[in-house]
Design a protein around this ligand. Sequence first.
Ligand code: SIN
Length: 526
Amino acid sequence: MGRDDQWLDVIVVGGGIAGMAYATQLVEQAGFARPEPLRRRSARPVRVRIIAKEAVSGSNSFAAQGGMAAVLHPADSTASHVRDTLTVGEGRNDPAVVRRVVREGPAMVRALTGMGAVFDADATGRIALAREGGHTIARVVHHLDRTGAEIVRVLQERVRASPCITVIDEQAVDLLVDGGRCIGVRTRDPLTGIWTDRFAHVVVLATGGAGQVYLHTTNPPGATGDGIAMAARAGVPLKDMAFVQFHPTALYTGGTGTAFLISEAVRGAGAVLLRADGRPLMAGVHPQGDLAPRNVVARTIARVMARSRVPHVWLDTSPIGAERFAREFPAINAHCLEQGITPGRDRIPVMPAAHYLCGGIRTDGTGRTTLKGLLALGECACSGLHGADRLASNSLLEALVIPRHAAAHTLRTASKRVPGADRPVGEQAVPGKDHHTSVDHDAVMDALRRTMTRHAGILRSEHGLHQALRRIERAGMDAERAWAQGDRSAGMIALRNMVAVSRSIVLAALAEPFSAGTHWVSGVRG
Ligand code: SIN
């Protein structure tokens, strides 16, 4: 390998599919995944550090059940997939990005298969395609109800096998910016509490979503909007933050926090939403019925729940039958059985839950943000693919296609400036102990989640959004006080990020002149 100043040093924050896809693509495109004699002579050696606060099994990517949309059906076309994406996004998408991502879907499926990913096949041996909300044809490639985990498996094998990629188990705290350029990341070691400034030529944020700012979410506990908050603090513009997608069918248990997802593919297989009195919920609401765009289904359920004062509606899975359900949806089946529900026979109690942030850090179709040296990928980014609502199963596709372009862009343009050497910046918190201040994080987080759910969730009003903003500012003051009193714990870092993301969502919602997609304001026309 070359002299130290020839290295291209990259930090990826987030170890989910987008982060791993970028890291592996970068190494491959630089030629370093090939045996020595086949490498490009001119290639600059790359060194990628993936900073992940959690194991990949705790990521949204891993939890993705449904699958990845791609044009593979003989009766399907790129034009149709593009049209469905724009229809669900209500034209708020960037059409060039939509075309790029959709066009590359089939090749991406082939690439994953070539890497060893196994997707379900039909009786003829062709890839089986499921249907989900907003799609006018079956085009969702899946691995049972564990598609994310399957894609994670093959990417993780590559990450582990690459001597150029290291995974560091730390929490990113803030971006390091100097001279108008992102030069690294400040991190916190969860075991020692020690902070380190880590430097790189390029920093990539791939931190996932922010579902934890709501009371019910399908996202894992780590989805606290870290990358978005870090970018916002560094003055990097966000986009479309008003558009938060709620999945219509999370399992209702009576609890709060992370809720188990009942994949839309279950409705694709024939399950039907019912009101408390057993009447079909989506009848006459939308021509696509139970498979209407998610914002339509979630809003209908939210209205029914509010009017009837019930905490959930029902998903009738009897059209699928217990045997087929267990075969096609083994993970959902096992989870429901643990709860005493037999899918395919019993009705499943479901409710909407925050699922996907359509907005995020503003990027182009190669992951570039407005800050030099900083890229953003996956759910924390807003590439323009989704618009005002995301077409089901487009996000895994985006998380694989855009990183490929981002890696090529990095190799073409990365700064040659020598990054600084990593240096510890001191122990900021006592690990394993609560750093006592007068602020109780959990209570502030809970109040924030209740506010966001009540006023900035599925059904919004201008008055409610203003009220939310006032309460977020109060939570922000509590967080700042604790920070000033020296609380640098993991919980405090998460709370600070959740406040920043909540504020961005509410401010963006107040700035939207029309109701569109997932952003619906009472009395404001669409
Ligand atoms: C699902 O399986 O319903 C989720 C898929 C997605 O969010 O794209």
